[in-house]
Design a protein around this ligand. Sequence first.
Ligand code: PAP
Length: 412
Amino acid sequence: MATYLLPDHDACYNPKPINGDNQIQTEEQEAYDQKLDAMIATLPKNKGWRSQYIFRYKGFWASREVIRGQLLIGDHFHPQPTDIFLAAFMKCGTTWLKALMFATVNRQRYNFSDHPLLRTGPQSVFPFLDTHIFLDHPITNFDHLPAPRLFATHNAHSSLPTSMTSPASTCKFVYVCRDPKDALISKWHFMRKLRSKELPPISFNEAFELFCNGVSEYGPFWDHVLGYWKASQESPEKILFLKYEDMKREPTVELKKLAAFMGTPFTEEEEKKGVVEEIVKLCSFENLSNLEVNKGGGGGQKFTAKVVVENREFFRKGKVGDWENYLTEEMKNRIDTITINRLKDLTQNTLLYFENIPNNPYPPNPPTPTSRHPNTAMPLPSLSRPTLTYHRHHLDATFFTLHHSSTSTNTH
Ligand code: PAP
């Protein structure tokens, strides 16, 4: 079992020692557990991917620990107006975004040659709210973190407390989504490693079936994505919606968008000095996955007091389209059909479009690009190069991301 590395830098998250002042007392934990078990006994249950069962709570499937965490977040987490949350369904890019957000927000603080990411890995640089809050001795005070505090969560938008999500809150969210076919493959690989050895393994066919039926931790995948998508449409200044595929294709464009959204836009001088490219390089799959701290044991994400996942488990292939190596034509069509049907719930004008879906009855309209992103006022890439595909993103059809045939910083 890996040692849980404590980052030695002031902007990194440093868990407080067990039995510190900032922890919920044992009696309170017992009260939580009683309340939780009584409530869970009333919930629909199904097969878990890691644990034996998951439960449908407020529309989403979750393990007992995750539901416990949601209750604790609601009761004990105090968001600050400047907080920025990184939200994603499992295996959609949290590790990558953690690195990018931390490196961007703290770029004045650290040299790229001597960066905390190089020593601790992305998992340790900021807290994963869902886990740190439900550890056996929950840590509830994050006041020692400098503003803007950064937190990650896999919880659905509607599973979070209104103190974080209501119109009155000024907290920001960065949401990253990914083609569900790749998220499924990645999740199956990850969860089968975490699955208790006392339980029979989950075959890929079984995982596929469960995923399609929405039954997987934090699922249904589509409802998760749509919750944040709709919220981003209502409050684009508060929720930035990113896609893993766009980030692979044009990381510098997406990073500039991200930096502007977080309130730390790159200056002209920084751009000239190549700071954007430095951060992209530092956080690239190739760089991070080859670091000693992410290759061997020695650091990781502490899920519970008993479960620590080593850093290396968060790096597998880092590619777009690995599903091709796993899904039959029939399986691919089944997921694509679900995606199309779920998109149908939106009007055609808010189409969340995954490329390469054959026979999509809701193809995006032809592009009518403008030069500004509505969230961040970042200029779009030049339109002079050939356009391959495009994604329609916005209600009033004014914003399109164009995909070019050649991009120098493309990493896949
Ligand atoms: P989590 O849900 O457990 O937090 P998350 O980081 O969201 O995991 O997803 C892991 C995926 O991101 C892996 O995808 P794969 O299984 O298809 O390979 C992992 O390889 C990929 N990943 C991790 N770091 C990066 C990175 N820097 N750039 C691109 N992809 C990355």
